[in-house]
Design a protein around this ligand. Structure first.
Ligand SMILES: Cc1cc2nc3c(=O)[nH]c(=O)nc-3n(C[C@H](O)[C@H](O)[C@H](O)COP(=O)(O)OP(=O)(O)OC[C@H]3O[C@@H](n4cnc5c(N)ncnc54)[C@H](O)[C@@H]3O)c2cc1C
Length: 332
């Protein structure tokens, strides 16, 4: 693929269209909303790439979410994510249709996939874009949190296709519209994977993923012992929420399997209750999109109070049981 540079180039038209892919279906829908906005601004088309086995019935919803076209790679060899196989589909597409922009879901699988695609095409890739826009030169501009959450980098591309990855919940899932589009079935030669899945085991995680929770009751080093987690579980049950935590409770104390923050899960709940969490930048980077933040901390100088909508200065061991009882009465 010939790379197109903006400097003195005449090949602006060689690449056209926005391509969206994630093996995580919900994320693909979220990206289609943003992709539609970008495609409209560039007056170009939006396509979704649907890869898997027996997945074609999903094409209709992708079109209703804004795709003009759905490229369908439906093959037994694509039933489970394998980076080489999925890469061959995207690489073939990029070579044949020459999209201007490729958006890939920023998942554990999507990130290496995007990086490999960019390497094969010899172009750049901007990971984890929380914001995407188009500048006056038609360039895609991605914004991502950097320097441990202390800065936001705004990055524009120099060559096409412009590849960016998008984390979950960065954009809203669009409303379904009654629209029509085209489904293009791809006849792709699937690359032989260099790895083999020997066994898959489900992770021991709660039934609702923390990124999807509307309410999160989260604890930090203020929690004295593992068994005290019951205080958080109780409050989370009353509020129909999930329990989360700061990184030291996973990395150092090994009490929980996953944490919230810059290097953990970025969450976007309606309500985030931070109990015994100091609120350093690495934690806050993962909760800044929460609608309402309530902080409970015995240190009135704790930085968490700077970003909290409501702050309670006090001991979580007294406040959590009292809050649970009050809410139980209130909610019946
Ligand atoms: C590269 C890098 C990435 C990182 N990524 C993350 C990340 O993604 N997520 C993350 O969380 N951290 C991350 N960290 C770690 C981060 O820097 C902090 O060390 C961590 O967030 C602190 O966790 P904490 O708030 O639970 O603990 P502390 O900072 O020790 O805070 C404990 C708080 O509890 C309060 N407290 C104590 N007892 C009580 C009580 N009984 N009642 C009420 N309050 C009480 C204290 O006043 C204090 O404010 C990262 C660090 C690095 C270097």
């Amino acid at each position: 693929m010939r790379k197109v540079s903006w400097e003195g180039e005449d090949g602006m038209t060689e690449h056209e269209g926005v391509l969206v892919f994630s093996e995580k279906y919900d994320l693909m829908l979220e990206m289609l909303g943003k992709g539609r906005e970008i495609a409209d601004k560039l007056q170009t088309s939006l396509a979704a790439v649907l890869i898997g086995f027996n997945v074609q019935e999903k094409a209709d919803e992708l079109i209703k979410c804004g795709a003009d076209k759905v490229y369908l790679a439906d093959n037994h060899a694509l039933e489970h994510f394998q980076v080489e196989a999925y890469l061959s589909v995207l690489h073939n597409l990029a070579m044949s249709y020459k999209p201007e922009i490729v958006l890939i879901g920023s998942t554990r699988n999507g990130k290496p996939l995007a990086a490999r695609l960019a390497t094969r095409l010899e172009v750049g890739c901007v990971p984890d874009c929380n914001k995407l826009s188009v500048d006056e030169k038609r360039r895609l501009v991605g914004e991502r949190i950097t320097y441990g959450g202390n800065a936001v980098a705004k990055i524009a591309f120099k060559v096409k296709p412009q590849i960016a990855t998008v984390p979950q919940r960065a954009f809203e899932k669009p409303e379904l519209k009654d629209r029509s589009g085209q489904v293009v079935r791809l006849d792709v030669k699937v690359e032989e994977p260099k790895t083999r899945i020997v066994e898959s085991k489900p992770l021991e995680v709660s039934s609702v993923r923390i990124e999807d929770a509307d309410v999160i009751v989260s604890c930090g080093r203020g929690l004295g012992k593992k068994e005290d987690r019951v205080l958080l579980d109780d409050l989370a049950t009353v509020l129909c929420g999930q329990v989360g935590c700061s990184r030291p409770l996973v990395e150092d104390r090994k009490w929980f399997p996953e944490w919230v923050g810059l290097s953990g899960h970025k969450v976007k709940p309606k309500l985030y209750i931070a109990c015994g969490i100091s609120g350093v930048i690495q934690h806050v980077a993962g909760i800044r999109d929460a609608k309402v933040i309530v902080a409970i901390n015995k240190d009135e100088q704790a930085p968490i109070f700077e970003i909290a909508d409501y702050g309670v200065v006090g001991n979580l061991y007294e406040i959590l049981p009292a809050l649970k009882e009050a809410l139980k009465k209130q909610l019946g």
